[in-house]
Design a protein around this ligand. Structure first.
Ligand code: NDP
Length: 292
């Protein structure tokens, strides 16, 4: 058996196209252009690549992109001051502070200083609370992208057993909340989980968000399960550097019913959902109907 490949790249391209059409309509009918501000502190090479890609795709969708690159030694007061200005700027509908921040900056404090209505990453404590209580929230982009691919695959997720490996605030926990909202029976596993292979084998939907290359082999996967591999790990293989997920793709693809590759699975969906969230934030800020 060979699993169906879930093609995040083409799925994301469709989401971006749809966003671009809606952005064009917003401009034509209401004279409003959605704007996304991305703040990068320091010179982390991976973060610089992400920020560049976000800026490019924001412009391609017809939105305004505002990039703020600050030196690594930026003080908390200066960063909070910038966020305050972006909060007040009517041309900015979405604000994203690229994580991780340098150690001397308090990430929670910084994220919670963003206006929740502009918090397109969905990490502000208000949005976390709204999501957890089933209210209208800004939903974190990576889990939202995973959910979209799962809904596309299954239609309804109701009653399915979902196991999320990883309990971070940015992936694992919001992923679990979204799956619960769609009426899955959800288990969250982490580094202290007993008998992780047995827990994973229960899953109709297995989401891996750990950050350990190839940690989940095929024999941890229930035959026919949908496997969503969030992990992005850089490894050296035969003298070349490449990206791999948390799932051992070669063994998993013979067991799973469907699987996301790395790269080309979850990754492209994250930026597409960021654009979709920025469009939503812009519509809400202007009292317009939200895009479906
Ligand atoms: P974190 O390091 O914040 O969280 C990792 C989680 O994995 C923790 O909950 C940890 O458990 C758990 N874990 C670690 N080791 C084990 C183990 N041996 N068995 C079971 N659980 C374990 O990572 P993130 O959530 O930020 O990211 C996870 C992965 O997803 C990374 O590879 C990251 O690069 C990738 N990522 C990809 C994105 C995309 O766009 N595709 C976006 C964001 C992240 P504990 O809490 O007990 O320590």
């Amino acid at each position: 058996m060979s699993a169906t490949l879930i093609d995040g790249k083409s799925f994301a391209a469709k989401v971006r196209e749809k966003v671009a059409v809606q952005v064009a309509r917003l401009k034509d009918e209401h004279g409003v252009t959605p704007g996304l501000a991305v703040v990068l502190v320091g010179e982390d090479p991976a973060s610089e690549v992400y920020v560049r890609n976000k800026g490019r795709q924001t412009l391609e969708a017809g939105m305004n992109s505002f990039e703020h690159k600050l030196p690594a030694e930026t003080t908390e007061a200066d960063l909070l001051d910038l966020i305050g200005r972006l909060n007040r700027d009517p041309a900015v509908h979405g604000i994203l502070v690229q994580l991780p921040l340098p150690d001397h900056l308090d990430s929670d404090l910084v994220i919670n200083s963003i206006d929740p209505a502009k918090d397109v990453d969905g990490f502000h404590v208000s949005n976390v609370g709204l999501l957890a209580t089933g209210q209208k929230a800004m939903v974190p982009c990576t889990p939202l992208g995973c959910l979209m691919m799962l809904r596309d695959l299954y239609g309804s997720l109701s009653g399915l057993d979902a196991v999320v490996v990883g309990r971070s605030n940015i992936v694992g926990k919001p992923m679990a909340q979204l799956l619960l909202r769609d009426s899955c029976t959800v288990t969250i596993a982490h580094s202290r989980t007993k008998d992780l292979p047995a827990v994973c084998r229960r899953a109709d939907i297995l989401v891996a968000a750990v950050g350990r290359p190839g940690m989940i082999p095929g024999d941890w996967i229930r035959p026919g399960a949908a496997v969503i591999d969030v992990g992005i790990n850089r490894i050296e293989h035969d003298g070349t550097r490449r990206l791999v997920g948390d799932v051992d793709f070669d063994s998993a693809r013979h067991v799973a019913g469907a699987i996301t590759p790395v790269p080309g699975g979850v990754g492209p969906m994250t930026i597409a959902c960021l654009l979709a969230n920025t469009l939503t934030a812009c519509c809400r800020a202007n009292g317009l109907c939200e895009p479906q």
